[in-house]
Design a protein around this ligand. Structure first.
Ligand SMILES: [Zn+2]
Length: 91
């Protein structure tokens, strides 16, 4: 289960959120449990961005690698990855 660390820009707290799927992460708006602010900044720890994204193998990526794709800001790659992951999990 992917988990992501955030820092709250409102109160400075460190927050860890767990998401069932990468899709849940991409659509979620995590909030600070301390002050309920949604002004959270992702803290990226040891994410290895795939050097060359092979669009046919997104579903085989680790959650950390998927995170790297999300962080890359390549919206086409992100959409394709989410689509492939959904197809995989529907079997
Ligand atoms: Zn806060």
């Amino acid at each position: 289960m992917p988990s992501y660390d955030f820092r709250c820009r409102q109160c400075g707290a460190s927050v860890t959120h767990h998401f069932k799927t990468i899709h849940a992460y991409s659509t979620a708006t995590p909030a600070c449990p301390h002050c309920q602010s949604t002004a959270l900044t992702r803290i990226i720890n040891g994410v290895n961005l795939p050097k060359q994204t092979n669009q046919h193998h997104f579903a085989n990526l680790s959650s950390q690698e998927m995170l790297g794709v999300l962080e890359s800001g390549d919206q086409r790659a992100v959409n394709e990855m989410v689509k492939q992951v959904q197809q995989t999990t529907q079997h």
